[in-house]
Design a protein around this ligand. Structure first.
Ligand SMILES: *[C@@H]1O[C@H](CO)[C@@H](O)[C@H](O)[C@H]1NC(C)=O
Ligand SMILES: *[C@@H]1O[C@H](CO)[C@@H](O)[C@H](O)[C@H]1NC(C)=O
Ligand SMILES: *[C@@H]1O[C@H](CO)[C@@H](O)[C@H](O)[C@H]1NC(C)=O
Ligand SMILES: *[C@@H]1O[C@H](CO)[C@@H](O)[C@H](O)[C@H]1NC(C)=O
Ligand SMILES: *[C@@H]1O[C@H](CO)[C@@H](O)[C@H](O)[C@H]1NC(C)=O
Ligand SMILES: *[C@@H]1O[C@H](CO)[C@@H](O)[C@H](O)[C@H]1NC(C)=O
Ligand SMILES: *[C@@H]1O[C@H](CO)[C@@H](O)[C@H](O)[C@H]1NC(C)=O
Ligand SMILES: *[C@@H]1O[C@H](CO)[C@@H](O)[C@H](O)[C@H]1NC(C)=O
Ligand SMILES: *[C@@H]1O[C@H](CO)[C@@H](O)[C@H](O)[C@H]1NC(C)=O
Ligand SMILES: *[C@@H]1O[C@H](CO)[C@@H](O)[C@H](O)[C@H]1NC(C)=O
Ligand SMILES: CC(=O)N[C@H]1CO[C@H](CO)[C@@H](O)[C@@H]1O
Ligand SMILES: CC(=O)N[C@H]1CO[C@H](CO)[C@@H](O)[C@@H]1O
Ligand SMILES: [Ca+2]
Ligand SMILES: [Ca+2]
Length: 580
């Protein structure tokens, strides 16, 4: 009787434990659909284009693709302004195309992650149109407030508060229909949703369920720390002004002019994330996989860490922007170690780290760090514990493209007061089409135009050339993906050492397994690295991945006390004997 009971308990526990938590050491590849592959010659990337290229992604070895928004949108912010969360943008395809993409991905074993944009919809959303008309079912879906009368001119109406949009100027826009102002933390066409409305919160959960039912493996959640604004009930039903930050060189139209204490990082945000996590967990058994949730929030480290949850509650993986914000092309091995250590130190025990080398908002990896550091940064993102996130093109070292003012599409650049300097804020250079090969327009389209110009170095920097070359950034990347599958990289301990300003050594150690090492020489001179001080590493090592600047080839055997590292070489090694 007692034995039978124990058996039942064991089986129950067994089923819980066996859910596939596939993402804990995954490679997630971010696709910017508009610029990945155009299948019908209109110059705009689309879902069928992605489906055509899934075999390539399988060959590369990625676990999952994250698609930047593919939903119905007027594209003021290229899909981050959604009209209907359940419809596909016609320029990207149809729901049938999406279903075809899903089934091809499933067949190949690639998981699909969607971008979830909860902070705002498009102003063309039916919800917004009805909310402006005060339809009782939607009236509270957005942040509405009365204007203030101008003390100097009583006939004039001023916005409810001094809040500024991320893309500059007042964050409030007057609706002549409702005769009130609505809040938009991004462009005017992106009204903020009101998470203090219970019905809206439920509605947004239904959106998650809709896509989970279609078999997606999780979500990347956009601009999460701007979701809540301060509760106006605490201020007599008005939205209070934010204090001036005192940042030098800013004017009241600039986002940095204010200290955003009422429009960012509100405490209610974290609870919504934990609720969404619990919702995703409802699908664990149904799909026998744990869903992934990654959240985007540019905020302080302590705030970031709250998204993870704690021992008793699970949250999301807060996207780690340290590589984008805290490191640059001149960072030393010690600088890099400090940045990695910081994340590992503050991350709650038992949670999963992540490493982001780029996204569609930032200058590309190869431009930010210089072409000499492409392999080193890709190696770092792969060999550290946790999730690797690659923005399309990083695997071949694409640089930013040149986009003239005339060709500029990004609202952040178009809204600038200083057209001479649009390129300083434009996100278009990091969004130019993917370089498939050296044929016309980089093989991106069969047509004769593209929505953004193709970068002119595609003749030399393209996938086909790198697949054909004996050594390339792509081949190195692919070897690193394979290395990430080794037990020591999946689950081993991390040991990180800066041997000097220019040499960083990353070691992953798991008892009973081969040790895995990554070594990078960040300097412009050749050196011989002696790893004798790493006592747990066996003597004999095999080269598993060799960057474009290395002289040792894949498969070469080396001794740990003498490893030849030419300038800018990034080398990954595995011990021949098991370690520790
Ligand atoms: C669920 O996935 C896990 C891990 O891949 C596997 O071990 C288990 O057998 C699967 N369970 C079912 C019911 O398919
Ligand atoms: C509001 O929603 C309810 C329930 O869905 C529906 O019966 C009702 O007709 C809607 N009201 C309006 C004004 O559309
Ligand atoms: C949405 O906002 C844009 C400005 O970004 C404006 O041009 C357009 O007319 C608005 N559309 C609706 C339906 O309000
Ligand atoms: C938000 O939560 C933090 C941590 O629990 C707490 O210290 C802080 O006082 C809270 N802020 C507000 C405005 O409630
Ligand atoms: C974990 O976080 C939850 C939700 O914020 C909180 O209620 C709980 O007290 C925390 N538990 C621990 C052990 O910190
Ligand atoms: C949190 O998620 C992990 C899987 O990543 C799971 O093993 C763990 O049991 C979950 N913890 C809670 C408190 O739900
Ligand atoms: C680093 O980047 C800056 C600005 O992009 C550039 O001026 C400088 O030459 C670069 N330095 C190296 C070592 O690549
Ligand atoms: C581009 O293609 C369109 C449609 O095929 C054609 O009508 C047009 O003449 C072409 N333009 C150029 C510059 O080749
Ligand atoms: C490597 O370092 C160890 C310990 O400092 C030293 O004994 C050994 O001679 C060095 N080997 C070489 C080849 O420099
Ligand atoms: C490293 O390799 C790149 C690409 O092949 C090349 O452009 C660069 O000059 C090399 N750097 C050095 C220092 O050899
Ligand atoms: C990296 C990223 O996804 N950034 C997006 C954050 O949200 C704003 C508004 O939705 C977009 O403009 C950015 O592209
Ligand atoms: C550890 C080590 O030998 N570092 C060297 C890397 O290369 C630069 C430039 O040649 C040297 O100055 C460092 O000493
Ligand atoms: Ca197309
Ligand atoms: Ca908001």
């Amino acid at each position: 009787m007692r034995a039978a009971l124990l058996l039942v308990v064991a089986v129950l526990v067994g089923t819980v434990v066996s859910v596939d938590v596939w993402w804990e050491s995954a490679v997630v590849y971010q696709i910017y659909p508009r610029s990945f592959k155009d299948s019908n010659g209109d110059g705009i990337g689309d879902l069928n284009g992605i489906t055509q290229k899934l075999a390539y992604l399988k060959e590369t070895g990625v676990d999952a693709i994250w698609l930047s928004p593919i939903f119905l949108s007027p594209m003021y912010d290229f899909g981050y302004d959604i009209t209907d969360y359940r419809k596909i943008a016609p320029e990207y395809g149809t729901m049938d195309d999406f279903d075809a993409l899903m089934s091809k991905a499933k067949q190949l074993g690639i998981r699909v992650i969607l971008d979830y944009v909860p902070n705002h919809t498009s102003n063309e959303s039916e919800w917004f149109v009805k909310s402006a008309q005060k339809d009782p079912n939607y009236s509270d879906y957005y942040i509405w407030a009365d204007g203030k009368t101008d003390p100097e001119d009583p006939r004039k109406l001023l916005p409810p508060s001094n809040w500024v949009s991320v893309f500059r100027k007042s964050a409030w826009e007057y609706s002549p229909v409702r005769k009130q102002y609505y809040l938009h933390q991004f462009v005017i066409g992106q009204p903020d949703l009101n998470y203090r409305c219970d019905k809206l919160r439920e509605e947004m959960k239904e959106v998650l369920r809709f896509w989970l039912e279609k078999g997606v493996s999780g979500f990347r959640v956009d601009a999460v720390n701007l979701m809540y604004e301060v509760d106006p009930a605490k201020f007599g039903e008005v939205y209070p002004d934010e204090p001036v930050s005192g940042t030098a060189g800013t004017t009241p139209d600039d986002y940095d002019y204010l200290n955003h204490i009422y429009t960012r990082d509100q405490n209610e945000t974290y609870d919504v994330i934990y609720e969404w996590r619990a919702l995703l967990d409802e699908y664990n058994d149904k799909h026998n996989e744990s869903k992934i949730m990654m959240t985007e929030g540019y905020t302080t480290l302590p705030n970031m860490m709250r998204y993870y949850g704690n021992k008793s509650i699970n949250g999301s993986i807060p996207l780690n922007f340290a590589y984008l914000e805290e490191l640059k092309n001149t960072s030393t091995a010690r600088d890099i170690k400090m940045v990695v250590d910081k994340w590992m130190t503050f991350m709650p025990t038992g949670k999963i780290a992540n490493w982001v080398n780029g996204n569609h908002d930032k200058s590309r990896l190869a431009s930010r760090y210089g072409i000499n550091r492409i392999d080193a940064m890709n190696m770092l993102a792969m060999i550290l514990p946790g999730v690797t996130i690659t923005y399309q093109g990083e695997e071949i070292g694409m640089t930013d493209g040149y986009v003239s003012w005339r060709d500029t599409k990004d609202p952040q650049a178009c809204n600038t007061d200083d057209p001479m300097n649009y390129w300083r804020v434009s996100r278009d250079p990091a969004r130019t089409p993917y370089h498939w090969d050296s044929t016309a327009l980089a093989g991106f389209t069969s047509g004769n135009t593209t929505w953004l110009p193709v970068a002119d170095n595609y003749h030399t920097v393209n996938l086909a050339a790198q697949v054909a070359a004996p050594k390339s950034h792509y081949k190195f990347y692919k070897d690193m993906v394979a290395l990430k599958r080794l037990p020591a990289v999946r689950a081993g301990d991390l040991d990180l050492r800066a041997l000097c300003d220019s040499v960083l050594v990353i070691t992953r150690l798991l008892p009973g397994q081969s040790a895995v090492l990554g070594i990078m020489n960040l300097s412009g001179g050749e050196i011989t690295v002696n790893l004798s001080s790493l006592r747990l590493i066996p003597q004999q090592l095999t080269v598993e991945a060799s960057g474009v600047n290395c002289s040792l080839d894949k498969g070469a055997q080396v001794q740990k006390h003498s490893i030849q590292m030419p300038a800018h070489c990034a080398l990954a090694l595995k011990s021949s004997q098991i370690c520790c």
